[in-house]
Design a binder for this molecule. Sequence first.
Ligand code: SF4
Ligand code: SF4
Length: 195
Amino acid sequence: MATCTVSPLLAENVGTGCGENAYKCYQCKRCTSGCPVALYADMHPAMIMRAVQLGQLDMVFDDRFIWLCTGCETCTTRCPQGIDIAAIIDELKIIARRDGRIPAGTPSAAMLKLNYDSFVRWGRMWEVELIARDVLRRPKSVTSWLSLGPKMMLKGKINPTIQRGDTLAMKRMVQTAESITSAKLRRQADAGGEA
Ligand code: SF4
Ligand code: SF4
């Protein structure tokens, strides 16, 4: 039987984290009609907004939609209520990581973490390391990388040599981002604990 965990604090916590008011959504679905990944999950942006309003944790966090979101912001630019939906989805990802609610079958969630680690380590993303770590974590991905990798290399999308970026600047950015995230989580905890 499907579960249905409800938290009246979800919309408040999202608002505390990113400053957006999910209750302003009136379900016109303009966000969904422009979303390039809405077809690939059971949820879509308007459904996510409704689920946040209702505090439906399982609908938001058990589906892979938020992890497919590319952050293109089409939804945000289309919303007649001026809601930054992309920011809400980013906030939901932060809450999902905090609460250990990343569903199985979402390699994109792990890939985002690998991206982040690569940026921190090299000051920029090093694609070869990213692919190697992805293959270590998901051996089956080797097939798609063997097919995709050479094409990406020919197009200059993968550089086999390490190109260091400004690692010091990156460390400062990471420290700033982590302190902002910690402050958000503290505010959410002060406002009533977990989502
Ligand atoms: S476009 Fe804005 S108001 Fe319309 S459904 Fe999406 S979030 Fe809600
Ligand atoms: S930001 Fe995410 S939810 Fe919004 S339109 Fe782009 S992919 Fe869809």
